[in-house]
Design a binder for this molecule. Structure first.
Ligand SMILES: Cc1cc2nc3c(=O)[nH]c(=O)nc-3n(C[C@H](O)[C@H](O)[C@H](O)COP(=O)(O)OP(=O)(O)OC[C@H]3O[C@@H](n4cnc5c(N)ncnc54)[C@H](O)[C@@H]3O)c2cc1C
Length: 331
């Protein structure tokens, strides 16, 4: 049944989308605002020049989808990949989404009011209602707000609301992430190479072959995920330089598969993406009940709440949605 309360969610990543799905199913009026060009946050895909690069999460596992969303595990846009390399000890095959990794958050948010390219810079709270401001426009009023940006970015938004959300601010300020570079390399030819190459050099943690993923363009294309150590040491290096260094390093991994240096040195597309908040290092350690402010309907979610990765992001979104529902039903 439709409810009158309006809820704003900041962030269209997995945590924001899972919360939005739950709250919308309960009848609330949900708006999601996100600063990115496309939805999905770190479930990211760059499509350019006939290439498709999943430069955020490359794949995940069915067991990372929580029970509350288990109907999604069998959706046809999720496919096992790579079919021949089960990576987890228990032999669980990995999943990718079709036609791109961001198709998974897109599916979670289907039917919701989602606006991209909106960066919220300020929140205010007056007369029990929240207003959000982007600099160009003002959004609201809202009965509840859920913040799902990585901990340090969420803390910056809560700061301006003080004394509202003091405990959430303290928790979010504790959170740290490791940065990571993803280097995207695409060629105008197709040549066979392994689906995944793990730890080929000290600079590269993993190379993921995009052409081996189902429903991706038939051209040789790779995403090299740099090691956290190398990414950290080189964070201030210009991205063009990072791309070139990693391209040279990739030759060691790909030459045994028939890629000559002449082939590799002339990519049709080469770019580095820098993730400042890539993988969680220190979590806030918040229980579900502590994801909501004690005095207002301000809540937080994200992979920084308790558990890292896909599972933590989805679970925290669902828990935050439940906490908001409980708070609004009491007011
Ligand atoms: C390179 C890389 C590899 C990874 N590999 C794996 C893996 O193999 N397995 C795995 O499980 N996980 C992996 N992860 C982690 C996984 O992607 C994240 O844990 C998960 O996607 C986090 O979702 P989230 O919703 O918490 O945050 P995010 O996806 O970061 O979403 C937050 C959203 O908030 C938006 N935002 C921020 N500030 C504002 C603002 N002021 N106004 C409006 N919008 C704002 C951002 O644009 C973003 O869309 C990887 C991440 C990276 C970067």
């Amino acid at each position: 049944m439709a409810k009158k309360e309006k809820i704003l969610i900041i962030g269209s990543g997995l945590s924001g989308m899972s919360a939005g799905r739950v709250l919308s199913a309960s009848g609330y009026q949900v708006t999601i605002l996100d600063k990115g060009f496309r939805c999905g946050g770190r479930f990211a895909t760059r499509r350019i020049d006939a290439f498709s690069f999943d430069h955020g999460t490359p794949y995940f596992y069915p067991s990372q989808i929580p029970e509350a969303l288990k109907d999604m595990r069998t959706e046809s846009f999720l496919k096992n990949w790579p079919e021949d390399v089960p990576e987890k000890d228990e032999g669980e095959a990995a999943l990718v989404s079709l036609p791109a990794m961001r198709s998974f958050p897109e599916a979670l948010g289907r039917g919701l009011d989602i606006q991209q390219n909106v960066q919220i810079k300020k929140l205010s709270f007056d007369d029990d209602m929240f207003i959000a401001e982007s600099g160009d426009a003002s959004y609201g009023p809202y009965d509840a707000v859920l913040l799902t940006a990585p901990g340090p970015q969420t803390a910056d938004l809560i700061e301006g609301l003080q004394p509202i959300g003091a405990d959430l601010l303290k928790a979010a300020r504790k959170v740290t992430y490791t940065p990571q570079f993803s280097v995207l390399v695409g060629y105008d030819f197709l040549r066979d190479a392994p689906a995944l190459i793990h730890n080929p050099t000290p600079k590269i943690a993993k190379i993921v072959n995009q052409a081996k993923k189902p429903e991706r363009p038939d051209k040789s294309a790779f995403v090299a995920f740099c090691s956290p150590e190398w990414s950290f040491e080189n964070l201030d290096r210009p991205k063009e330089e990072v791309a070139q260094i990693i391209l040279e390093d990739m030759q060691k991994a790909l030459s045994p598969h028939g890629f000559t240096s002449e082939m590799l040195n002339n990519p049709a597309y080469l770019a580095a993406h820098s993730w400042r908040y890539a993988r969680l290092e220190t979590s806030a350690g918040l229980s579900p009940e502590a994801q909501i402010d004690t005095t207002s309907a301000l809540a937080v979610a994200g992979d920084w709440i308790m558990l890292p990765d896909t599972h933590g992001a989805l679970t925290s979104g669902i828990e935050a949605a439940r906490q908001i529902e409980t708070k609004l039903s009491r007011s």
